[in-house]
Design a protein around this ligand. Structure first.
Ligand SMILES: NC(=O)c1ccc[n+]([C@@H]2O[C@H](COP(=O)([O-])OP(=O)(O)OC[C@H]3O[C@@H](n4cnc5c(N)ncnc54)[C@H](OP(=O)(O)O)[C@@H]3O)[C@@H](O)[C@H]2O)c1
Length: 324
């Protein structure tokens, strides 16, 4: 079968289109004929060799897929050959004609939901719901999303807006500001980011900060968190070293809570928790949340789109039509 593969950790020179054997589902797994594979920043982190992303080398990227079940591993129940499903393929493999997924990380697609949009549920939208839960978001919160552009940022805009925040501010580069989801008040992520974000929130600090940039942006947290504020760190896209965390004395004095969120590590440790997040997204769609259609590209455009995402010039959530 055709697949896109990273030969080892490194730059774009490690990417190749290859012809490899289709995987066979082990006990507890499904084999899925992939129709759509989502592109995610976590594929970029895998290629760069960031710890915890690529599970082995060579590595086939693609951690969220939609398609049809073509085979069941031993002991799988609740699915049948021919089912249309989406899955969080936590060990990659999605940018290929066939992928295997843990049954606990897969879900049948509800009637009426387009498969290209549903493909963005098991990782992108599940992360948005997971972050909202991890931060204990409540109505009336002032909320800052430091990396508000891109796939997860767009999904967060929609999920957080349902929680009726008092203020929702989105950190953005100048390049992405024009395409930021309308629910965000933009705050440019330059050297004055903390001041820009507070100004966008009518000169107030934040009850909730969802932080995915790292480095200098993480270092600005003490200036951004209100007393009683909750910070959830879920990425470090800028590639800068993490700053020193607030001390226990600072946490006590300010009644701050800090937390981390990694859907990948959660999936590896507790598949049921991911099933709950996927079900949580589908429940929101049943209540009226409209999943936007992602940008759909052909197989021949996938490598360039992955490189564009790595270079922060991606136009938004993208899925690859694998059977083109
Ligand atoms: N912890 C988890 O469970 C989890 C799960 C999924 C994703 N994530 C993280 O969430 C973030 C968004 O992921 P995504 O798949 O939605 O990616 P995406 O669509 O490519 O969006 C990338 C986001 O990262 C920002 N960014 C800042 N500096 C960047 C740089 N040097 N290179 C690339 N992007 C940069 C972009 O901001 P501008 O557009 O404003 O420049 C944009 O908000 C990533 O950091 C990813 O690792 C975490």
């Amino acid at each position: 079968m055709k697949a896109i593969q990273f030969s080892g950790p490194g730059g774009p020179e490690t990417i190749a289109e290859v012809d490899i054997a289709a995987p066979i589902p082990a006990a507890g797994q499904l084999a899925i004929a992939v129709r759509f594979a989502g592109l995610n920043f976590v594929d970029v982190l895998a290629r760069r060799g960031a710890p915890g992303y690529a599970s082995s080398w060579p590595f086939v990227p693609g951690m969220e897929v939609g398609g049809e079940v073509v085979a069941l591993g031993e002991g799988v129940s609740g699915f049948a050959v021919g089912d249309t499903v989406v899955a969080f393929t936590v060990d990659g493999g999605g940018l290929a004609e066939t992928v295997v997924a843990e049954a606990g990380l897969a879900a049948r697609v509800p009637d009426g939901l387009a498969l290209d949009a549903a493909t963005t549920v098991p990782l992108t939208w599940a992360t948005a719901v997971g972050l909202t839960r991890a931060a204990h978001v409540a109505a009336g919160d002032r909320i800052l999303v430091t990396g508000a552009g891109g796939g997860v940022g767009d999904a967060l805009a929609a999920v957080l807006a349902l929680r009726q925040p008092k203020v929702l501010v989105g950190g953005t580069s100048t390049r992405s500001a024009a395409s930021l989801a309308a629910a965000y008040r933009p705050a440019i992520r330059d050297a004055e980011f903390a001041a820009n974000a507070r100004e966008a929130a009518d000169d107030a600090a934040f009850d909730v900060v969802l932080e995915s940039i790292g480095g200098d942006v993480s270092a600005a947290m003490p200036a951004l968190l209100a007393p009683g504020g909750r910070l959830v760190s879920y990425g470090a896209a800028a590639g800068q070293p993490d700053p020193a965390a607030p001390t226990l004395a600072e946490l006590r004095r300010n009644n701050w809570t800090t937390a981390g969120f990694s859907i990948i590590n959660r999936a590896r440790g507790d598949a049921g928790a991911i099933g709950d997040l996927i079900a949580g997204v589908f429940a929101l769609t049943a209540e009226g949340l409209a999943l936007p259609a992602p940008r759909v590209i052909g197989w021949g455009e996938a490598v360039e789109a992955h490189i564009a995402q790595a270079e922060n010039r991606s136009p938004g959530k993208t899925v690859v039509a694998v059977q083109d």
